[in-house]
Design a protein around this ligand. Structure first.
Ligand code: MOS
Length: 707
């Protein structure tokens, strides 16, 4: 079968490994003598453990050890001031329901799972708060931890505008739920040498965290993470459960594999925090924005502060002289949230982009026309020109593809039998990041090129993009190039997050290839060869089996002169059943404006994945807590709904694909986040257009439409 498939240069370099099962994920590694860890978790939400009886578990078949605050193996980093905030098994304090209180290690996973049921805990309970919206009613809870307020021009100018609106929007907790469960395989050997197979978005981050917590040198720690089965932000941090596995491996002098359960994924590895946001917009009657006020509350845990860029977009997306924003977080008796795809911006864009639609409706203007009218020439926040922005072109292309002219301006008026039809649009934006990375290039006399960097690939196809960049610079066919990643011993690269990998690591690939070419040109000159001589011939003539070079690359001062963002436009066409409130999305057009598209196939997949995630955010995803107990009640894939194939229509992806002249040598900007950011607003706006109902709380479920 395989040979019937026609390969092309844009294929994923690891595509066949992935679909044939050859690609290995952390839990699939087998280390001789591996033991298995299972976590026992708190059944209360706040308070302390009064007693913990692990004696029955210890006597269960196959059990090798139990870790808890009672035996508390020494962790030097936990003793120091400024160490991690959540110190696992360090004290008897309980901060959230589902907090690990013990780790059972046994010779098989099944025996560890059984023994975990034998641990008996009693608690001293305290009053707790898990209901965010309820908590916000208590003014004293709104302590100002968060980010500084922002203001330009007149504060709350919207209040005195010719046309104004003020509305409050809510989004619930969402849980990343990648297919692959989280965990780690930790192998602590003699002389404090540690090897881990991890699920991580950054092998260097994992290495650094372990070094810091256990106070051993970075060089002692080898982190491997070649394949990751989805991250979406939850694997940007080395979580306490991973420290527990390393701790157990050290304590028992055995490799310990710990893979958490699906329900533990809801409490141990973060989530998109719930948010309550109020937005005020003011405009002149002819449709010029005169005031934007965006105030947001997010949640954090009681033991750690987590903030994200919820109100960023309001500061620069639209031309408006009077903008003020505030954002603060409220400690809840839940585990600490973390970035989830389009972090912050996806939360904020839902509100800003719905409000823009609401204002357009109030002005009796087309929402696209309203956006065009308020499209800024300059970034008013940074007071800089945009490095590259083609929003108007993106609007035009998308409008044509979705058939925007056929949209009925009056909501709730396009009906066919029980179905109401509507179209919506929204914009997404995310900072076009570029960090610092190093790449090593090894060119062999057989004509193959090996590139190495401690970068990660959580699924977008990092290796594929890097190989395409190298192929272009070196003029070597893609099948002769290999990119190695996910290994902490390789030249350093940052974590895969914030849509920065292609820009950051890709630039280093570009730079190392440019350096390699001039190195070979020099060798050619030394050997009196023509500058056009083949690489292989130059190496042979110089009697070199290979040449290698390492380059570090980072952004320069161009970032002080230009405002750099990636943009997206999402068009959605929906039908809503007038009797059941069911929303079906029947077309999606997503336009990406993110500079040069280096890897067309994986770039398209990013946009498709973002749209699918966006359908989930808009219509389904919500982590529900029973506030009587502070416990998640839909912490499984039967009850936590994500889109399935039947929920996903044709997705038409288009890229502007023009190089950003300033961002990096490729002219390419990240697009992992913009694929999702704004999408939920496009759905909400389409639902409004179809039904005349403005749903300001996600997810948009039938009960809200029928209410
Ligand atoms: Mo992304 S939320 O930066 O993995």
């Amino acid at each position: 079968m395989m040979d019937q498939y026609k390969k092309d240069d844009n294929d994923r370099v690891d595509g066949i490994d992935k679909v044939t099962g050859k690609a290995k994920y952390f839990a699939e590694y087998k280390v001789p003598g591996t033991t298995y860890g299972v976590l026992v978790t708190s059944s209360i939400t706040k308070g302390s453990i009064s007693s913990l009886d692990t004696s029955f578990a210890m006597k269960a078949p196959g059990v090798l050890g139990v870790l808890s605050h009672l035996n508390k193996p020494s962790v030097p980093g936990y003793e120091q001031a400024g160490g991690p905030v959540m110190k696992i098994f360090y004290s008897n304090k309980i901060y959230f329901n589902g907090q690990p209180i013990a780790l059972i290690v046994a010779d098989t996973f099944e025996r560890a799972t059984y023994a975990a049921t034998l641990v008996k805990a009693t608690y001293s309970k305290e009053e707790f708060h898990t209901d965010f919206e309820q908590r916000l009613k208590d003014e004293s809870a709104k302590k100002t931890i968060g980010q500084p307020d922002y203001k330009r021009g007149v504060e709350n100018a919207y209040q005195t505008a010719e046309v104004k609106l003020e509305e409050t929007y809510t989004i619930p907790i969402e849980t990343h739920n990648p297919m692959e469960l989280h965990g780690i395989l930790a192998d602590w050997r003699a002389n404090n040498m540690v090897t881990v197979h991890a699920k991580t978005q950054g092998v260097k981050t994992t290495q650094g965290t372990i070094a810091n917590v256990f106070k051993i040198p970075m060089e002692n720690i080898q982190v491997n993470s070649e394949f990751v089965g989805g991250g979406f932000g939850m694997a940007l941090k080395t979580w306490p459960l991973e420290i527990a596995a390393v701790m157990a491996s050290k304590h028992l002098a055995k490799p310990v594999k710990l893979v958490i359960t699906r329900s533990q994924m809801f409490t141990m590895v973060g989530n998109r925090p719930a948010a309550v946001q109020t937005i005020g917009l003011g405009a002149t009657k002819d449709g010029k924005l005169t005031g934007i006020t965006h105030r947001a509350f997010g949640e954090t845990s009681s033991y750690e502060t987590f903030t994200e860029g919820v109100v960023n977009m309001a500061k620069f997306m639209y031309q408006c002289d009077n903008v003020n924003t505030s954002y603060s977080v409220v400690p809840m008796d839940l585990s600490t949230p973390i970035w989830m795809r389009g972090p912050g911006e996806a939360t904020g864009a839902f509100v800003l982009e719905c409000a823009i639609d609401e204002m357009a409706h109030a002005l009796n203007m087309d929402p696209l026309e309203f956006r065009m009218k308020n499209d800024p020439e300059l970034d008013q926040q940074k007071k800089l020109p945009f490095s590259d922005k083609n929003i108007k072109e993106a609007y035009r292309i998308g409008a044509e593809k979705i058939g925007w002219s056929g949209r009925n301006k009056l909501p709730g008026k396009l009906q066919d039998g029980p179905w109401l039809y509507g179209k919506g649009v929204s914009t997404g934006v995310f900072n076009a990041n570029r960090g610092k990375a190093s790449v090593k290039a090894i060119l062999k006399s057989d004509g193959t090129l090996l590139l190495q960097s401690a970068a990660s690939d959580i699924g977008p196809g990092t290796g594929t993009g890097m190989v395409l960049i190298a192929s272009k610079v070196m003029d070597i066919p893609v099948e002769k190039i290999t990119f190695e990643l996910g290994d902490s011993s390789l030249p350093p690269a940052p974590s895969q997050g914030g849509s920065a990998t292609l820009s950051t690591v890709g630039s280093a690939v570009n730079d190392v290839c440019v350096a390699l070419k001039s190195m070979i040109a020099e060798l050619a000159a030394n050997a009196n060869m023509a500058t056009t001589a083949k690489y292989v011939d130059v190496l042979k003539k110089n009697n070199l089996p290979m040449v290698e070079i390492t380059k570090q690359s980072q952004a320069g001062s161009e970032r002080e002169k230009y405002s750099m963002y990636s943009f997206s436009i999402h068009f959605v066409s929906v039908r809503v059943h007038s009797l059941t409130g069911e929303v079906r999305i029947h077309r999606i057009v997503s336009i990406g404006d993110s500079g040069t598209i280096v890897s067309p196939k994986t770039a398209r997949s990013q946009m498709v994945g973002g749209a699918v995630g966006g359908i989930g955010m808009a219509l389904m995803e919500e982590s529900v807590i029973d506030h009587r107990y502070g416990r998640y009640i839909n912490n499984n894939f039967a009850d936590y709904h994500v889109p399935v194939h039947a929920d996903v229509p044709e997705i038409d992806v288009h890229f502007i694909n023009k190089p950003d002249p300033y961002i990096n040598p490729m002219g390419a900007k990240g697009m992992g986040e913009i694929a999702l950011i704004g999408f939920s607003a496009a759905v909400a706006n389409a639902v409004f257009n179809a039904t005349g109902k403005r749903i300001r709380s996600l997810p948009i479920t039938p009960d809200k439409i029928l209410a």
